[in-house]
Design a binder for this molecule. Structure first.
Ligand SMILES: *[C@@H]1O[C@H](CO)[C@@H](O)[C@H](O)[C@H]1NC(C)=O
Ligand SMILES: *[C@@H]1O[C@H](CO)[C@@H](O)[C@H](O)[C@H]1NC(C)=O
Length: 618
């Protein structure tokens, strides 16, 4: 029986932008239809042999029956899926790919250029498929008839050694195939109140800041085109002057200022990018375009508007003499060598956050890569038995689509951080522990959502403590939304791992990611995780909650000199993500007190600038 299947999309571009992955979902649809009972894992990896190999081995060691890869089988230099597969399999099954090739050749001779491999590692069958959605669909139909049979053959053959093998794997190969120590059988004995003290926001912030100080800063060189939002690690100095030659600022004539006004002989014509080693003498000039180098001898440029034609060649193709109408000053309309950036000037200071203009300047100065402070690796995981992948066509009864992972990924991206996707973990201690153990080696910071409230299936804290020896730095914060926000660290394979367990409600996850996770990440590179604050005026009455509240709001900018006006985005209930769509700021609303139950329209409040200020939304 086919119980567990993994689908690996291998593609640099899909890895950067999951929405580009069409072949993975095509395989997923096919597989979930053919094997509705099977557990299907999907991941996207870049075209990196080591990563592909590692994922294949991981799945082979995780009792996966069948691994289908798509992509990376062609001839381009980055295509290495077959090499990674060969490094993992013990036996090749070449006829599988031969069958696919024969079928594909009927459609296109390009099928000759696929190098797909199929083979077996222990009890796992691995098949490479091409990368295009069309080719994948064709090829899966070629092999579908033999998959189940192949897998049962693989299993029968190994039936005797299997028990020994399983044990070995549990003990050595796959340390995270452990059984969780968390016992959930006695629901009646669960605590009725959270054992975690309720911290004030300021305490939670201080703890995040203090714990993240353990992050060991390291420097990496990255291409400047990937550097936007990164923090410069060392001062960067101009190695060349800009401009590297005296350049004309205008279209006109390069002249000698000593000649004053009057008629000049036009000796040369120089456009931008051209060299002319003519040396001008007294009474001579050279026609120059904007950006062109000045010829030797010239010390100024007279714009064409301040000249008159005196004599042209008989065919009118060349100017022979012109008159300079206004006596020029030395250096007029000339950018001297190093005028924009002298050699040795500081192009970027340590701690600068790189923006588009700085990238342009670095490129202009001849830098292809720069040293930046490495950002921690981030992984995102959802937990919950009710969750389905957003890509699944049919929503099963009592299920919902998981919106948190994709949202948090995008939110991190908006703020300049990439992350890897660790999928959905089920609310079962052993499965949750396995999912965490799978995620931790790949990341520095693990962000989970769900499983942190008071339900009997809220297992994250117990699993972290009992199975990973984690220290819970806080487990409850006086904030709305996000009360059960949890921050923990543990040692894993000799390294410290930072774990944020955020509530599963989408708005809570959104707000807590901004306030806690981004604070931690920004703190690691910028030494200050805080967002900038702005004073704003409420445009309507706002009732206060018993907890300090972070309300999502848009800003309007009045014409008169006044503070920006802030309007809350609809019903602020924590499951209602509409209340965060288009939010530019989080308003820091104080808790209600006996004397203060609401803030009236016009009250000034503090706003954290956490989003874009988008005037088209007003
Ligand atoms: C410079 O310009 C003059 C006049 O247009 C031309 O005769 C000469 O060949 C040019 N020299 C070079 C090196 O291009
Ligand atoms: C050159 O320009 C002058 C003045 O506009 C004109 O009289 C003459 O015919 C032109 N010559 C040619 C060859 O185009």
């Amino acid at each position: 029986m086919v119980k567990a299947i993994a689908i690996i999309t291998v593609s640099d571009s899909c890895f950067k932008d999951n929405s580009k992955d069409k072949s993975g979902p095509a395989l997923f649809d096919f597989i979930t239809e053919k094997y509705p009972e099977a557990n299907v894992h999907t991941i996207i990896v870049p075209d990196e042999k080591e990563i592909i190999e590692r994922e294949l081995k991981y799945f082979c060691n995780s009792n996966i029956d069948l691994i289908l890869t798509t992509g990376g089988t062609g001839l381009s230099p980055r295509d290495v899926t077959p090499e990674a597969t060969r490094a993992v399999i013990q036996k090749e099954v070449p006829a599988i790919t031969t069958a696919m090739t024969i079928e594909s050749l009927k459609k296109t001779p390009m099928a000759m250029l696929s190098r797909a491999v199929a083979g077996i590692k222990d009890r796992t069958l691995i098949i490479n498929f091409p990368g295009s959605e069309k080719a994948v669909t064709e090829c899966i139909h070629v092999v579908k008839g033999v998959l189940s049979h192949a897998i049962s053959l693989i299993n029968n053959e190994l039936v005797e050694v299997r028990s020994i093998h399983d044990k070995m794997q549990v003990d050595h190969l796959c340390p995270h195939k452990m059984n969780s120590k968390v016992d959930i059988s006695k629901v009646a004995l669960r605590p009725r109140e959270s054992p975690y003290p309720m911290l004030e926001m300021s305490e939670a912030f201080n703890i995040v800041d203090a714990v993240m100080l353990q992050w060991e800063e390291c420097i990496e060189n990255i291409p400047i085109e990937n550097a936007v939002g990164k923090v410069v690690a060392q001062e960067i100095i101009a190695k060349e002057p800009m401009p590297p030659f005296p350049a004309s600022v205008k279209d006109g004539y390069a002249c000698l200022s000593l000649d004053g006004a009057g008629v000049r002989k036009v000796r040369a014509a120089i456009s931008a990018g051209e060299n002319n080693f003519t040396r001008l003498g007294p009474g001579e000039c050279a026609r120059v375009n904007t950006g062109a180098p000045l010829p030797l001898g010239a010390d100024c440029v007279v714009q064409v508007e301040d000249t008159k034609l005196i004599k042209a060649s008989s065919d009118n193709q060349t100017e022979l003499e012109i008159e300079v109408l206004v006596a020029p000053q030395a250096h007029q309309d000339v950018r001297a060598i190093g005028f924009d950036i002298p050699i040795g000037a500081i192009l970027a200071e340590k701690g600068d956050v790189i923006d588009a203009a700085q990238i342009g300047m670095l490129a202009g100065a001849g830098y292809q890569s720069i040293p930046v402070i490495a950002v921690p690796k981030v992984a995102i995981m959802s937990t919950g038995n009710e969750l389905q992948e957003p890509s699944e066509k049919i929503l099963r009864p009592s299920h919902i689509r998981d919106s948190n992972r994709i949202m948090l990924k995008a939110l991190l991206k908006e703020h300049g951080y990439d992350c890897i996707d660790c999928g959905i973990a089920r609310d079962d201690p052993t499965e949750l522990a396995a999912a965490i153990a799978h995620a931790l080696p790949r990341t520095d910071v693990l962000v989970c959502t769900g499983g942190v409230s008071m339900g009997d299936r809220d297992l994250l804290k117990p699993v972290l403590i009992n199975d990973f020896g984690a220290t819970i730095h806080f487990g409850r914060v006086r904030m709305k939304p996000g009360k059960p926000s949890t921050f923990a660290t543990c040692q894993y394979e000799g390294k410290i791992k930072y774990i944020f367990a955020l509530p599963g409600n989408p708005v809570s996850a959104y707000v807590c990611c901004l306030l806690l996770v981004l604070r931690a990440l920004r703190g690691c590179t910028r030494h200050c995780g805080d967002f900038a604050r702005l004073s704003v005026r409420l445009s309507h009455d706002v009732p206060l909650d018993a907890r300090p509240e972070y309300a999502r709001a848009v800003l309007r900018f009045p014409a008169a000199p006044d503070l920006p006006h802030a309007a809350l985005l609809g019903n602020q209930c924590s499951s209602r993500l509409l209340s965060a769509c288009g939010a530019s700021v989080l308003l820091e609303l104080p808790p209600a007190s006996d004397s203060l139950k609401q803030l009236d329209a016009g009250t000034t409040v503090s706003a954290l600038i956490t989003g874009r200020i988008d005037l088209t939304r007003l």
